[in-house]
Design a protein around this ligand. Structure first.
Ligand code: PMV
Length: 324
């Protein structure tokens, strides 16, 4: 029974991807720049087994059916096509972060699945193709193939590395907020914005300039410039979401409390910058020297259940070697 295991870490977009240039192929309408984290990892084992009648997916020990299984099977279909095989697979995936925290990101999951399934099928697939395979399932997953600071240009098939994890030792604090009602999934949320938000076109038009500013800021290790582009990116994305009909609204009172605290800290001279994704949690970018102060300030806010501290992390790896 040929099997392989891969380990991938989550990534957070500092400049966001939101919107599809091609829905069928899942190509992004705007360029994004992310940071791969050293925490929030998913370990996935894929074992092909001719005896299985269907693919089986186990996530944190629980058998999955419906959409999660369909998305995994679709990725495996591509790999089966490449390998000329029709074997079904047993997929076992575990997150090293509490699933109940609502942080279960598809990014680390699909990156690990892409790498493990290629290796289990006996294919020697290079990183850009593994990244494209992950991107077809979830565009943000394309970026988790690479370490450190990563680019996913608009319309691109695959993500590309921009700066190594040790290029710039920033910290990304994740303020985990109490969970609200179940969020709208990113695919549905994007589609609703594309179709109904009067601000969607403005979001797309402005995104490339922010991306270029963020790329330069990472190169120059300029926290102020990166933070500025980062906050504009998230606030413009959420403005486009809020103007959709019905609104795509992910924030909770604690989301706004964290945001305001970050702005207060900045007014007092601490360089801290916030970003939010398709959920209520807030991620805060700081220098290592300020991580403690900001950690304590966020941790005491009502509605914040915990604060996770992350550094730039590694790319996706097979447990018996890297993804080349
Ligand atoms: O890759 P998806 O479909 O999970 O979309 C991710 C969208 C955001 O997290 C909101 C932004 C991003 O670039 O990761």
């Amino acid at each position: 029974m040929p099997s392989a295991t891969a380990l991938a870490h989550s990534n957070i977009a500092l400049v966001k991807y939101w919107g599809k240039a091609d829905r069928l192929r899942n190509l992004p309408a705007v360029s994004s720049l992310s940071l791969t984290l050293d925490g929030l990892a998913t370990r996935t084992t894929v074992a092909f087994d001719e005896g299985l009648a269907t693919d089986e997916l186990w996530l944190n020990g629980q058998r999955q059916q419906g959409r999660p299984l369909q998305r995994a099977s679709r990725l495996l279909d591509t790999v089966r096509g490449w390998a000329g095989s029709s074997s079904c697979a047993h997929i076992r995936s575990t997150n090293d972060f509490p699933t109940a925290s609502g942080l279960a990101s598809s990014a680390s999951g699909f990156a690990a699945l892409a790498a493990a399934s290629c290796a289990a099928a006996g294919l020697h697939v290079e990183a850009p193709r593994v990244s494209a395979l992950a991107r077809a399932a979830s565009a943000s997953a394309a970026r988790s193939i690479h370490p450190g600071f990563v680019l996913l240009p608009r319309g691109a098939e695959a993500a590309e590395p921009w700066a190594a994890a040790d290029h710039w030792p920033v910290r990304l604090l994740i303020a985990v907020t109490d969970r609200g009602p179940k969020s709208v999934g990113s695919t549905e949320g994007m589609q609703r914005c594309e179709e109904t938000s009067p601000y969607y076109s403005a979001w797309v038009e402005g995104a490339e300039a922010l991306y270029e500013r963020a790329k330069a800021a990472v190169r120059q290790r300029d926290l102020e410039a990166l933070g500025d582009a980062m906050e504009q990116s998230t606030l413009r994305m959420h403005a486009a979401m809020h103007a959709a009909v019905p609104p795509v609204f992910y924030w909770l009172p604690a989301t706004i409390a964290v945001l305001r605290r970050v702005w207060e800290l900045r007014a007092q001279g601490t360089l801290a910058y916030a970003t939010m994704d398709a959920g209520p949690h807030v991620k805060v970018l700081v220098s290592p020297a300020d991580a403690d102060i900001v950690y304590r300030a966020l941790n005491e806010l009502p509605g914040v259940s915990e604060v996770l501290v992350n550094s730039p992390g590694p790319g996706c790896q097979l447990t018996d070697g890297g993804v080349e």
